[in-house]
Design a protein around this ligand. Structure first.
Ligand code: DCP
Ligand code: MG
Length: 383
């Protein structure tokens, strides 16, 4: 399922200020500055006002419009409430932007009924408790759900059942596919591709030559292939911890100490987000400000500070340190939901050891939460 709020900032403003209701409202004007439209109410859209349009142009198109500056804190507050409602329906909620999220609802038939019933219940819940409308798309894959949510805006609900997927793809205008911008659209048009289904008529090599990686993606999508999972992790695609040192150094022992601390911080953030990471990244900035990164992808996604540290330290060990270092950091990327068991490794001893260390991490975190940061530390950080 993909959910997207309708005219989000503008709807919040119309809800909070009854005098704006039913009127063309444009959010984005910052007094005294030339800005662009963040969004506008559906009443203003009738005049051709659109997101990202310069304000002066919006004023030309819609002189009777009400122009107001955005209140980001307010929208964030409302967004948090919406996402909390979604989490009541499924633990698998991937927040993509302030007004948009994917939900995996394949497992909640028992609790909330079939997909249509779930969608109707979510819309009702958001309307009753937040007084806002949203549009929902339900489909067997994320990419189709996203397209579906946009088809009947505002207050829409579009369901693409599995048996209709192929027909839907065959007739879907290619410019509706996420990632097809104006330039790609022109290129595809020249090839005679109007609908996503048309992509299937072209040989793989030709698509790859003309569109590179995106050609492959389009090919997959045109045959309904999209295995991307709903990842319950919001906003960032990576998590990191870094620090500029008080003095430039080449002392690997000292650098390792920072790495351990940073690995703990990164692991903490992963636990908070309920994800594990596959790639560990070491970041270094040299005395002359030149940055380098080194990374390693693990076979098994991890949340363990010890594993993250082990990889980061190895990356540092293998690095020649041509200069003194002024900044060091650890990052991770390639997230997987923490709740998905790693089947192959289930009985593997290494995995067991990692799990145990993840338990240690959680225990340490609970102790420091209760008794303060200095209550307990790893032995190797004490000297
Ligand atoms: N936004 C922005 N600048 C843009 C696009 C969007 O600041 N160029 C902000 C304002 C929107 C919010 O993000 O309210 C959500 O973006 P959407 O694309 O979902 O647009 P809306 O929710 O406003 O309208 P729609 O009903 O088309 O989803
Ligand atoms: Mg929206």
């Amino acid at each position: 399922m993909h959910l997207d709020m309708d005219a989000f900032y503008a709807s919040v403003e119309q809800r909070d200020n009854p005098e704006y209701r039913g009127k063309p409202l444009v959010v984005g004007a910052i007094p005294g500055k030339r800005g662009v439209v963040a969004t506008c109410s559906y009443e203003a859209r009738k005049y051709g006002v659109r997101s990202a349009m310069p304000i002066f142009q919006a004023r030309q198109k819609c002189p009777q419009g009400i122009f107001i500056p955005p209140r980001m804190n307010r929208y964030k507050e409302v967004s948090d409430k919406i996402m909390a409602i979604l989490r009541e329906f499924s633990p698998q909620v991937e927040v993509v932007s302030i007004d948009e999220a994917y939900l995996d609802i394949s497992d909640n038939k028992r609790l909330h009924g079939n997909p249509e019933e779930v969608a109707v219940a979510i819309k009702k819940n958001i309307r009753d408790s937040i007084q806002l409308t949203c549009s929902i798309g339900v489909a067997p894959s994320k990419f189709l759900a996203k397209i579906a949510s946009d088809l009947n805006k505002p207050d829409g609900l579009t369901i693409i059942p599995p048996e209709e997927v192929h027909h839907f793809i065959d007739t879907l205008p290619i410019q509706k596919v996420p990632g097809v911008g104006r330039k790609t659209f022109q290129q595809l048009e020249l090839m005679g591709i109007k609908a996503l289904g048309d992509v299937k008529k072209f040989p793989q090599k030709m698509l790859l030559d003309r569109l590179g990686k995106f050609g492959k993606r389009l090919m997959d999508l045109s045959s309904g292939l999209d295995h991307s999972a709903v990842t319950p992790y919001s906003s960032h695609k990576s998590v990191s911890s870094e620090r500029t040192l008080s003095e430039d150094t080449r002392d690997k022992k000292l650098l390792n100490k920072y790495l351990l601390k940073q690995s703990e911080e990164v692991a903490r953030q992963l636990r908070k987000a309920e994800v594990k990471a596959k790639t560990i990244i070491l970041k270094l900035k040299h005395a002359d400000f030149k940055s380098v990164t080194r990374s390693k992808t693990t076979a098994v996604p991890t949340q363990s500070s010890k594993t993250i540290y082990k990889y980061a330290a190895k990356l540092l060990e293998d690095y020649s340190l041509p200069q003194k270092i002024r900044l060091i950091g650890v990052g991770v990327s390639g997230f997987k939901p923490a709740s998905i068991p790693v089947q192959l490794e289930l009985f593997d001893r290494v995995q067991k050891r990692n799990d145990n260390w993840e338990k240690v991490d959680r225990t340490l975190e609970n102790i420091t939460k209760k008794f303060g940061r200095d209550a307990i530390k790893r032995a190797t950080l004490n000297d």
